[in-house]
Design a protein around this ligand. Structure first.
Ligand code: CA
Length: 291
């Protein structure tokens, strides 16, 4: 038991104070060691095949080791740098340390569930996240996309399709880099920092959900342009789903409550009757730097 505590400390695994679930802890330690071995092997493979440091970095959070190994092998073969994590706590830690370009995320994970990981990382990051899960009900898929996933694959899956989707998301990210890092509107009434995922109203931080932030970001990046509901659903959910468009109205309503001084007479999220919505903020002119 003493050794177990020491190993857990060395591998940053939090142990619950309940001896009855020591087996779970031992399994977690074993998975962690295996994962580190896997990561080392992947890094060595990367060097062997001459992958340069500019290749995209993919974080795979998956507790089923066979599936993790298959995903990693396919990604390494494709030339990506791969980091593997076998539980939720390790996954979040790896995310903070490695700053990946894309994440593949299982939902049913030990220690921290995938849904909580996604919600946490969306507070600071908009990297593409592909959920890979045995949860296949429509409500579960919609929930995953609503809390900030860009894609959803159901197990069992085709590794080749997963790699193709990884490539598609990275291509999309590359062709749509953020045009600016921060925006300020209406005499600094509303400020949006895209890099930090922060929004301020009258200099006070505003707490937006991942969907609300995506919606605001998309609208303010094309000021004055009118988007219909389907276009907005496609942007914030990553796909179009017939009959689902009206949920955009509730996201818009919630967003207005948070960023408008008067949600009944909005300055920023403007309704264009019969068509959709547009962004109506007046951008602040940047002060020239002192000579
Ligand atoms: Ca799982």
């Amino acid at each position: 038991m003493k050794n177990l505590w020491r190993i857990c400390r060395d591998f940053h695994i939090r142990l619950p104070f309940n001896s009855g679930i020591v087996y779970t802890c031992i399994k977690s330690v074993s998975n962690r060691i295996h994962s580190i071995q896997q990561t080392t092997k992947i890094e060595l493979n990367n060097k062997y095949i001459g992958v340069s440091s500019i290749m995209a970095k993919i974080l795979v959070i998956e507790d089923e080791l066979k599936i993790q190994q298959i995903i990693c092998a396919y990604l390494v073969k494709e030339g990506f740098e791969v980091i593997a994590a076998s539980d939720g706590a390790e996954g979040l830690e790896s995310f903070k340390i490695s700053q990946p370009n894309l994440m593949i995320l299982d939902l049913m994970l030990p220690l921290i569930p995938g849904e909580q990981i996604l919600t946490t990382i969306r507070q600071t990051s908009d990297i593409p996240v592909i959920i890979l899960s045995a949860k296949k009900a429509e409500e579960e898929r919609i929930f995953g996309l609503n809390i900030g996933a860009d894609d959803y694959l159901i197990k069992p899956f085709s590794p080749r399709e997963l790699v193709a989707r990884v490539n598609a998301h990275l291509r999309r990210m590359k062709s749509n880099p953020p045009a600016a890092i921060s925006f300020s509107y209406n005499d600094h009434l509303l400020q949006i920092d895209l890099a930090k995922h922060q929004v301020f109203l009258k200099n006070n931080p505003v707490n937006l959900t991942p969907t609300e932030f995506k919606l605001l970001k998309f609208l303010c990046e094309a000021p004055g342009q009118v988007f219909n509901r389907s276009q907005l659903v496609e942007q914030v959910q990553g796909y179009n789903y017939n009959g689902f468009d009206r949920t955009i109205d509730s996201h818009i309503k919630n967003l207005r409550q948070k960023i408008e001084l008067n949600p009944e007479a909005p300055n920023f999220i403007i309704t264009v009757f019969g068509l959709g919505y547009k962004f109506g903020g007046e951008p602040d002119v940047h002060e020239p730097a002192n000579p």
